[in-house]
Design a binder for this molecule. Structure first.
Ligand SMILES: [Zn+2]
Length: 237
């Protein structure tokens, strides 16, 4: 969650209140069992943001790394937000939801309320961040927030880079599941990341970008992902 002078920006929404109320209709048991979803209302972004003393309407922007059910379920909880994502990801969502629940990795009910989408295109190399395709997002305040192309997990998957006082924080979304993937291809988790990748060649290329950042720019760039519990306890330096 990024606090700006004109409101809040939420990066990925996690599971939402509607998912907690009706997981079967929203996501379906097959996916829930496969991914190990846990539905606790107090863990939703909506409730966490309220506990911080904000209102849900204060969230003016959402940036989605990608639209898998564990990342997009909370969209409906923030009706005032403009939702930023790559154009390719939205195209995949629309194609997927048109195909129906059996054929798509995306959960159509999570988008039924009609989010106010704002899509972004890569610049074809004109704009980069540490050598990775990236475009700045206009969120109504000065600080730099960039959508950083890290495709492969899904076709339009992106990370989000935020300029901080000492450098940059890069949220990698699902470009890796566990941080150990930065160091090794042999960890058992690599089988799962491979299996879940829409395009595994692209995923590997994105991972190589992250490995290069970790090698050459560890001083300037702090990285974390969505799924590694160890990174929640204490953000890595
Ligand atoms: Zn995920």
């Amino acid at each position: 969650l990024i606090e700006g002078p004109t409101g809040l920006t939420l990066v990925d929404t996690g599971i939402g209140l509607e998912d907690v109320r009706d997981p079967e209709r929203r996501i379906g048991w097959e996916v829930i069992d496969a991914a190990g979803f846990q539905f606790r209302e107090e863990d939703t972004a909506a409730r966490q943001i309220e506990r911080l003393g904000f209102r849900r309407e204060d969230v003016r922007h959402i940036v989605l790394t990608h639209a898998d059910p564990d990342h997009a379920g909370g969209l409906a909880d923030f009706p005032e937000a403009t939702v930023h994502l790559s154009a390719e990801e939205l195209a995949a969502v629309e194609a997927g939801t048109a195909m129906g629940a059996e054929a798509s990795r995306y959960a159509a009910p999570q988008f039924a309320q009609g989010p106010r989408w704002e899509t972004h295109q890569p610049s074809g190399g004109a704009q980069t961040w540490f050598g990775i395709e990236a475009v700045p997002l206009s969120l109504g305040f000065e600080s730099e927030v960039l959508l950083v192309w890290l495709p492969g997990h899904t076709l339009g998957h992106c990370g989000v880079a935020v300029e901080t006082e000492g450098g940059w924080t890069l949220y990698v979304g699902d470009a890796y599941y566990l941080r150990v993937e930065l160091a090794s291809d042999d960890h058992p988790i690599s089988r799962l990341t491979e299996m879940r990748a829409e395009d595994d060649g692209l995923r590997k290329r994105s991972l190589e970008h992250l490995r290069r950042l970790a090698r050459e720019h560890a001083e300037e760039v702090t990285m974390f992902g969505y799924h590694d519990v160890e990174e929640f306890a204490e953000p890595p330096a």
